[in-house]
Design a protein around this ligand. Structure first.
Ligand code: MF3
Ligand code: CO
Ligand code: CO
Length: 269
């Protein structure tokens, strides 16, 4: 289906050209390199504001642009979500303490393409429960990614994530989802991290989107604080998230935001 601008879409989801994958990989790799490089700056006594300041410097050092600064009034180059913060944590002057776990989410624009990725970090020593939560969340993301291939549906992705997480007696956040991206930050579809096999739109080669499951040790409910950004678990339980940007290929998918250094966690690298 062609829209008014002559763009190919399927159920409102843009179908990109083979040549567009290179642009997404370049943007994704800049974001992923920044997540690699920020790891040594996460330690007890550090502030999330300083981490964000370093990230903004890194974005500019790559000749990239931050997609989040100025996005709907957001003023930072990253979201940093500590402990029971589910997502959209605002960097500030609070000190990290030993055992804090945090998600750092960076989105950059390179040559007009958006690279969006996040990972978990720990300040100091990682507790046993937090370690399990982080491992399960990363495994859930990768299981979701394994379901990405032409002919499968978005429901298959959600089901792969939800069934695994719930079998581990943890819960999947419903209030936030992944999203299409490309030359825009947030586009159709909403990529739900729960669902049923065979439901939702069918995946096609050339679709670009994020998968970014948020997993809680307790219940799935969240609430947004008065700052209108910070989302926390209602029951104050720990929450974790990982995010990759992917593109559907003929045989499966390409992950644009894999760590150039082969890391997914600052301490397990
Ligand atoms: N990077 C986030 C995502 O994964 C969006 C952050 S928007 C911001 O979609 F404004 F909070 F930065
Ligand atoms: Co995203
Ligand atoms: Co993100």
């Amino acid at each position: 289906m062609y829209d008014k601008k002559g763009t190919v879409t399927r159920e409102g989801i843009r179908i990109h050209e083979p040549a567009d994958f290179a642009g997404m990989l370049k943007a994704g790799q800049v974001a992923a390199q920044i997540l690699d490089d920020i790891a040594p700056h996460v330690f007890p006594g550090q502030t999330t504001g300083e981490i964000d300041r370093l990230i903004e410097e890194m974005v500019h050092a790559h000749g990239a642009k931050s997609a989040t600064i100025g996005y709907r009034g957001y003023q930072h180059a990253s979201c940093i979500s500590v402990n029971h913060v589910v997502c959209h944590g605002i960097p500030g002057d609070k000190l990290l303490k030993n055992g804090d776990i945090l998600n750092i989410d960076v989105t950059v624009i390179v040559d007009g393409w958006f690279g969006d990725t996040s990972r978990m970090y720990v300040a100091g020593e990682l507790g046993r429960k937090a370690e399990r939560l982080i491992q399960v969340t990363h495994d859930a993301l990768m299981l979701g990614i394994e379901a990405v291939k032409p002919g499968n549906t978005f429901g298959d992705i959600g089901y792969a994530i939800q069934s695994y997480v719930e079998a581990q007696r943890m819960s999947v956040v419903r209030d936030f989802c992944g999203h299409g991206l490309g030359r825009v930050f947030h586009a159709p579809p909403n990529v739900l991290h729960y669902g049923r096999p065979g439901r939702e739109a069918v995946l096609e080669e050339g679709m670009f989107f994020t998968i970014e499951p948020m997993v809680n040790l307790g219940r799935p409910e969240t609430k947004v604080l008065a700052d209108e950004w910070t989302a926390v678990t209602r029951d104050k339980s720990l929450s974790a998230q990982f995010e990759h940007s992917v593109g559907v290929t003929a045989g499966g998918c390409e992950i644009f935001t894999l760590s150039p250094g082969g890391k997914f966690h600052s301490t397990w690298a």
